[in-house]
Write a protein that binds this ligand. Structure first.
Ligand code: FAD
Length: 265
């Protein structure tokens, strides 16, 4: 049998390798299911790439690739584009030009104890959380995109991405149902960060004991007390969250400053 090499990692950190492997999968695998893009699909892709280009906190060559893709999509006079044109742009850029995205998949914080567990979906959650946190930290980053001055903009763009492109259909249907119910109540970028955290915990609790649960990474409320003791409060013997502390923790955990390049290609 194939020997799986386990990469040691720190659960309190974010790994560039996870985010870049996830972007590789998103751009070269997930989007590839759509042979041509038009109408609402194309608008969703353009807005999602705009959010990535402005807010992705990773390494410069990847940010440059995302900016190049965003500018190219924005400049297109066409109302329908073949997916292969997107792929060409993503592939033709070379490390030497300072524009580059790995095509290797290296999961670190998103490693699963079996190959079919964790990986892409884990990296996608992490990517989404970093985008909501970056939007709160640097609201001016969205100036001029049409997405500025709207505290829901990043969440709504994530929602449309998930609905349109996320390969797991059961996942996207459930996410859409939650979004329909409560995303509209978000009035600030802080609430946007907390909405995604709460929704993610809702998904965690729904999936506890499900076959997709990795026994090495049980579905429990997150952040666990070891990661953020201050996030926990007890009121009359009942556990509750200290939301102010959770927000501070999320802003620190999902900030660019918490990203480490260990194992990155
Ligand atoms: P994940 O849940 O993927 O989380 C990744 C990392 O985020 C964790 O390792 C932790 O560091 C951090 N994290 C955990 N909880 C939170 C939180 N509340 N807030 C912030 N950060 C957190 N799978 C299904 O089988 N059925 C579904 O219906 C389904 N719906 C999904 C919907 C969406 C939008 C997404 C992105 C994924 C969905 N998945 C679903 C996949 C599932 O949620 C997990 O991604 C997968 O089971 C792998 O879990 P994981 O242990 O890597 O942790």
């Amino acid at each position: 049998p194939e020997v799986v090499v386990w990469r040691e990692f720190d659960r309190a950190k974010l790994y560039t390798a996870d985010l870049e492997s996830g972007l590789h999968h998103l751009l070269r695998v997930e989007l590839a299911a759509h042979k041509s893009l038009a109408g609402a699909e194309l608008r969703t892709l353009k807005d999602f790439v705009t959010v990535l280009a402005r807010l992705f906190p990773g390494r410069a060559p990847v940010r440059k690739l995302l900016e190049t893709l965003q500018e190219w999509l924005a400049s297109l006079p066409l109302d329908r584009i073949p997916y292969n044109a997107v792929l060409d742009l993503v592939n033709n850029k070379m490390r030497i030009s300072g524009i580059f995205l790995t095509n290797h998949v290296t999961w670190v914080g998103c490693q699963g104890s079996r190959p079919e567990l964790r990986g892409y979906t884990c990296s996608l959650w992490r990517l989404f959380h970093t985008l909501t946190v970056e939007a709160g930290a640097r609201p001016e980053a969205l100036d001029g995109t049409g997405l500025e001055d709207d505290p829901q903009a990043v969440l709504q763009t994530i929602r449309r991405y998930v609905r349109t492109f996320f390969g797991c259909k059961a996942c996207s249907e459930h996410f859409e149902a939650v979004a329909e119910e409560s995303m509209g109540t978000v009035k600030t970028t802080d609430r946007a960060i907390l909405w995604l955290w709460e929704t993610h915990n809702l998904v965690n609790s729904r999936l506890a004991g499900h076959p997709s649960e990795d026994p090495k990474f049980p579905k429990v409320p997150w952040p666990t007390p070891d990661l953020c003791p201050a996030c926990y409060e007890e009121i009359k013997g009942v556990h509750s969250w200290n939301e102010g502390q959770v927000l501070l923790f999320l802003k620190q955990h999902y900030s660019g400053d918490n990203l480490v390049d260990t194992y990155a290609a």
